[in-house]
Design a protein around this ligand. Structure first.
Ligand code: XMP
Length: 173
């Protein structure tokens, strides 16, 4: 595989600091936050971001997937693990690695909204704005990127490359 660096470690670190400030300032001050991270892609981003959230936090995970080992989304979102907490009247921050067609976050926010949270906001590290197939925008966005397949910093190609500390785009498979 041929890959080229898209976003450096330093850029990621700086942007996450800014995002954490936005989040700390905009949710109702001093109220606890339930953070739900989507596995697997957001695990590194979420780990860095939650350490900068300055209030009482409860962290949970949902496993969702719409990819089948290649670079094209199937449009079918599968859940294999759900949260086991009551989110009624809670402040929720849902974290994902990348917003692409929007199928995943649309489906999961619809599903969580049925459980009547007080506030439900979403935060993504990357946003491929040009690829949207459903009407969905995230509240907090790290970087808007072009329509390229990205790996590293939690993002994979066929389960590989998640451990790369920066974000690369795939030039050639
Ligand atoms: P949708 O299309 O539902 O996609 O908004 C969201 C999920 O698709 C995965 N995805 C990617 N994974 N590199 C990846 O490693 C990419 O360029 C990419 N684009 C989408 C990702 O799991 C995300 O949660």
């Amino acid at each position: 595989m041929e890959k080229e660096k898209l976003i450096s470690k330093k850029e990621i670190k700086n942007r996450i600091k800014e995002l954490s400030k936005e989040i700390n300032d905009s949710f109702i001050k001093n109220e606890e936050l339930v953070i739900i991270c989507l596995l697997k892609g957001s695990f590194i981003f979420a780990a860095d971001l939650v350490r900068l959230i300055n209030r009482r936090c409860f962290i949970h995970f949902i496993k969702a997937s719409s990819y089948y080992g290649n670079t094209e989304t199937s449009g079918i979102v599968n859940f294999s693990e759900d949260i086991d907490i009551d989110i009624n009247n809670k402040n929720i921050l849902l974290i994902d690695d990348i917003l692409d067609t929007g199928f995943t976050l649309k489906k999961i926010t619809d599903f969580l909204n049925k459980r009547n949270p007080k506030i439900l906001k979403t935060c993504v590290l990357l946003d491929k704005k040009g690829r949207r197939k459903v009407d969905f925008e995230s509240d907090y966005i790290g970087f808007v990127i072009d329509d390229v397949f990205v790996i590293g910093y939690g993002l994979d190609f066929d389960e590989e490359y998640r451990n790369l500390p920066e974000i690369y785009y795939v030039k050639e498979l």
